[in-house]
Design a protein around this ligand. Structure first.
Ligand code: PMP
Length: 361
């Protein structure tokens, strides 16, 4: 059998592991921050119609610039944004990869503040960008002084900030973003994949775009829109950034089917985003329920909750799985992350937690 080691892969990829959240067939899957609600029937019908209308023309390449979709996304974002300020790709992962291809690469560095989204360092490596693992405070917070000191130390070409932060769930202090924007010598990417779930009053970095041509905000339809399978992520930035990304994007990267499906979904955004309120209720229920059980829990502006298990998290992950509930071990010693889904899923999660603690007692 040929193994990876037998192949002439790049030296900097040797010994690395691919991104791999388990996709297990269990009753309650709360490990990848998906939206637990299936798309409502009227939206399914609208998407089917929109996709069907494209089928006859599949002999032609799609609109390479995805102009209509980008206009719809800009309209959704508001903040005075237009089609020229927005770019879309197959998930915000692809958007971030494109950003690293154009602003990172060999001889360049990217900095993130760990623990944060685990794909940022993987995308850096894949694009030949050296990753600098910045640190958060012990309570996972990030102070202005700490963030600025690390930017000063590393002088990165790209800084990743994640708000709300995955896996901790907490939104970024706007003062940190202001300070990093003032200090960073290169691009500042704010990953707002979970923005729609933020608690009232949480500012978005979109408001800072005017006057900050090196700021990029990435968003996704995978979470609040329940469109993870559709693969649609996007960014908002100065039009020059959108032009820059054209240098590395593959021609026709976004299929006609994806563009049509995403536009139909956006046209039904009121319905799709209707689940956000229900999910936030479950998120708050998980936070308070875990705290009532004596657990330490990070405040969450997202659709997931990071909680302390006071034990080897790998063993607790297994016990919860044995009770039919799949949560996420993000590799933080003593902590696990659970996605907020339906009320029934929260019930099942608490039942599994209680069975685990009863087993320990
Ligand atoms: N950013 C963050 C912080 C995420 O948690 C995720 C999904 N887990 C993504 C980006 C990627 O989402 P997608 O590629 O589906 O848009």
């Amino acid at each position: 059998m040929t193994s990876l080691d037998d192949l002439p892969i790049r030296d900097d990829l040797r010994g690395r592991s691919p991104y791999g959240a388990p996709q297990l067939d269990v009753p309650v899957r709360l490990n990848t921050n998906e939206n637990s609600y299936p798309l409502p029937e009227p939206v399914v019908e609208a998407i089917s119609k929109a996709v069907a209308a494209e089928l006859r023309d599949l002999n032609r390449y799609p609109d390479r610039d995805a102009v209509a979709l980008r206009a719809d996304l800009a309209d959704y974002l508001g903040h005075g944004l237009g089609v020229g300020d927005v770019w879309a790709a197959n998930g915000s992962n692809e958007v971030q990869q494109q950003l690293l291809q154009v602003f990172g690469g060999p001889g360049r560095t990217a900095l993130g503040f760990t623990p944060a989204y685990s794909m940022h360092p993987l995308l850096a490596t894949a694009t030949g960008t050296a990753w600098r693992d910045g640190r958060r405070d012990a309570d996972f917070g990030l102070t202005v002084a700490h963030a600025v000191a690390q930017v000063r130390e590393h002088r990165p070409d790209v800084v990743f900030l994640c708000s709300p932060n995955n896996p901790t769930g907490t939104a970024l202090d706007p003062a940190v973003l202001d300070a990093v924007l003032a200090e960073a010598p290169g691009m500042v990417v704010v990953d707002e994949a979970y923005a729609e779930f933020a608690r009232p009053g949480t500012p978005t970095a979109l408001a800072l775009l005017p006057g900050h041509p090196r700021l990029v905000v990435t968003r996704t339809m995978s979470k609040a829109f329940g469109f993870a399978g559709g693969r649609l992520g996007y960014l908002a930035a100065d039009p020059a950034v959108v032009d820059a990304v054209q240098l590395v994007r593959l021609p026709y990267h976004l299929s006609a089917l994806t563009q049509a499906a995403a536009r139909a979904a956006l046209a039904h955004r009121e319905t799709l985003l209707g689940t956000v309120r229900a999910i936030k209720e479950q998120r708050d229920r998980i936070v308070s329920g875990l705290r009532a059980r004596g657990r330490t829990v990070a405040d969450s502006d997202a659709n997931f909750v990071l909680f302390e298990v006071g034990a080897d998290q790998r063993a607790v992950w297994r016990v919860l799985l044995d009770h039919g509930v799949l949560v996420r071990d993000v590799g933080l010693a003593g902590w696990l992350r659970v996605t907020a889904g339906t009320p029934e899923e929260t019930d099942a999660f608490f039942a599994a937690v209680d069975a685990w603690t009863a087993g320990v007692a």
